[in-house]
Design a protein around this ligand. Sequence first.
Ligand SMILES: C[S@@+](CC[C@H](N)C(=O)[O-])C[C@H]1O[C@@H](n2cnc3c(N)ncnc32)[C@H](O)[C@@H]1O
Length: 274
Amino acid sequence: MSSDQTIKLTVRDYYAGRALQADDLSGNACCDPADRAISGGNYEPEDLRWLPDDAQVFSLGCGNPIAMAELRPGETVLDFGSGAGLDVLLSARRVAPDGTAYGLDMTDEMLEVARANQEKAGVTNAQFLKGEMENVPLPDASVDVIISNCVVNLSPDKDRVLREAFRVLKPGGRIAISDIVVRGEIPDTLRSDLEAWSGCIAGALSDAEYTAKLQGAGFHQIDIETTRRYSLDSLCGAEDNAGYWKSLSHLSRQEQEEIVSRFTSSFVRARKPG
Ligand SMILES: C[S@@+](CC[C@H](N)C(=O)[O-])C[C@H]1O[C@@H](n2cnc3c(N)ncnc32)[C@H](O)[C@@H]1O
């Protein structure tokens, strides 16, 4: 099996496991959802009030792509790696009544949670599709906006993901992605750690790499904006206990802090030429 396939299967199994933690997908029971360093506090409480339960616990993202996507009624939106479906349900509301929000995910267990959430929310203009963002099951030039929340970093073949994004977007269509972006070097021990891949750490691109890959796929008007920086103290629950940070334990506290601070949540915007 190639190392790319190993990464894919590890990531899929990891998110299948998270999907089965139905009460709180984040596995961060010891922190208040709003306080979580990466997934916490990304949404305005009033934007979530119409959703069933505490929708925040269903977020495994690292930002709020809806906040920058400027969705309009009638548009077609596609979410790469839709997880439990929060961003798809929020998008569906913004593009209603005539627009459609598609969620794409490769993990059956996540799709099941997302479809149950859709039913509870009573959203009719959303559809969850099984598939991979490296091979999108939608026709050319069929989508106005691609959103994604902390998923592109999980792909071992990001060039292919961005080429697929370009293919399915209509001319003039746009990308509005939240992702982990690295500002500086990451130690090889983290880069090669499969658990760190699943945790959205090992596969993260630098802003220069992201820009080059978007350009290579044909995008223009590229902009990458840091929205949150991390510190050791800000990590909590599963984020904090993750085994991969322990690979840094031989370093001083200051050195560890320096490495953690290189990881950012960022907004990635780009457009397909019209
Ligand atoms: C970090 S979670 C983010 C979920 C969601 N976007 C959110 O904000 O809560 C990653 C999700 O992406 C899915 N995923 C990972 N790699 C994928 C791929 N190559 N194609 C499609 N889905 C993928 C996983 O199954 C999981 O549901």
